[in-house]
Ligand binder design. Structure first.
Ligand code: DHB
Ligand code: FE
Length: 284
């Protein structure tokens, strides 16, 4: 049977992708960011996932503002990096896993979560930057990401957004779905976005390191209680874009009930307008 072995949590700041793509990762400003992922790159190589279930948000790129699914699962065979205004990032195409994705869709929808099925879309920085952080720079033509990826998009851009409670319960349903897939697959679930940031309005530039670090503590130790935090607290304490953090609860909900093993923890300010947070948890 397929099994979820670990979860990874990371911010997705687009300027991180640009720094890598433009060969700036050795500049002092960026070196401090990438230093937090050196362990992670080695860890990812050694943990050898067969599939990454990658929870992220689309930034009005694939879905525009014409239609906005709350939860959308990618069932395609592949996904191209999106053009977000400066041309597509020079990174490899993402290979999908249509069989496992369809199985998860079947199981999770029958478990009462209304997912949108996506058979074709491009993926923006929300998905490609976490892959770049965890894998390092890749040749767009001859390189490849380490394994197939199932994109799972969550609406945190246009209100109303899903609650932390719903995200955590959805993670539980994804866990059950993976466990009932009849193939010996090592699956990782990644939760991305966050941490505190606000990109517009009078509070633009807001960072709340104390709240972020408490979020990391609680995500590890008491995710069920953390899931009760209402969306307004994210916005108040972590800024309007801090709401991206509810996606981390999907990945955490997919983990076993037993306390996880914390393999890595990193927190750094600044990276563009955002506090970068990163965790690797393994199932005990
Ligand atoms: C930034 C962060 C984001 O999450 C995003 O989607 C766009 C920009 C930033 O820090 O600049
Ligand atoms: Fe974002």
């Amino acid at each position: 049977m397929a099994r979820i072995t670990a979860s990874v949590y990371t911010s997705h700041v687009p300027a991180i992708g640009a720094a890598l793509d433009q060969g700036k990762s050795d500049e002092p400003y960026w070196r401090k960011v990438f230093a937090g992922y050196e362990f992670s790159r080695q860890w990812l190589k050694e943990s050898r996932p067969d599939v990454i279930f990658l929870v992220y948000n689309d930034h009005a790129t694939a879905f525009s503002l014409d239609f906005i699914p709350t939860f959308a699962i990618g069932t395609a065979a592949g996904y191209a990096p999106a053009d977000e205004g400066w041309g597509p990032r020079p990174v490899p195409k993402v290979t999908g896993h249509p069989e496992l994705a369809s199985h998860i869709a079947q199981s999770v929808i029958q478990d009462d979560f209304d997912l949108t099925i996506v058979n074709r879309m491009d993926v923006d920085h929300g998905l490609t930057v976490p892959l770049s952080l965890m894998c390092g720079a890749q040749d767009p033509v001859h390189g490849a990401w380490p394994c197939p990826v199932i994109p799972f998009a969550v609406n945190v851009v246009q209100y109303p957004v899903p609650s932390g409670r719903r995200c955590f319960a959805l993670g539980r349903a994804i866990r059950k779905a993976v466990a009932s897939y009849d193939a010996d697959l090592n699956v990782q679930v990644w939760g991305t976005g966050g941490m505190s940031h606000q990109l517009q309005g009078p509070r633009a530039g807001l960072i709340n390191a104390e709240w972020d670090n408490r979020f990391l503590d609680r995500l590890i130790a008491e995710p069920d209680k953390l899931a009760e935090v209402p969306h307004i607290e994210y916005v108040r304490e972590a800024g309007s874009e801090g709401i991206e953090l509810v996606m981390w609860l999907i990945a955490r909900g997919a983990m076993s009930d037993a306390p996880p093993r914390v393999r890595h923890r990193f927190y750094h300010v600044p990276a563009s307008n955002t506090a970068v947070g990163h965790l690797i948890l393994e199932n005990a």
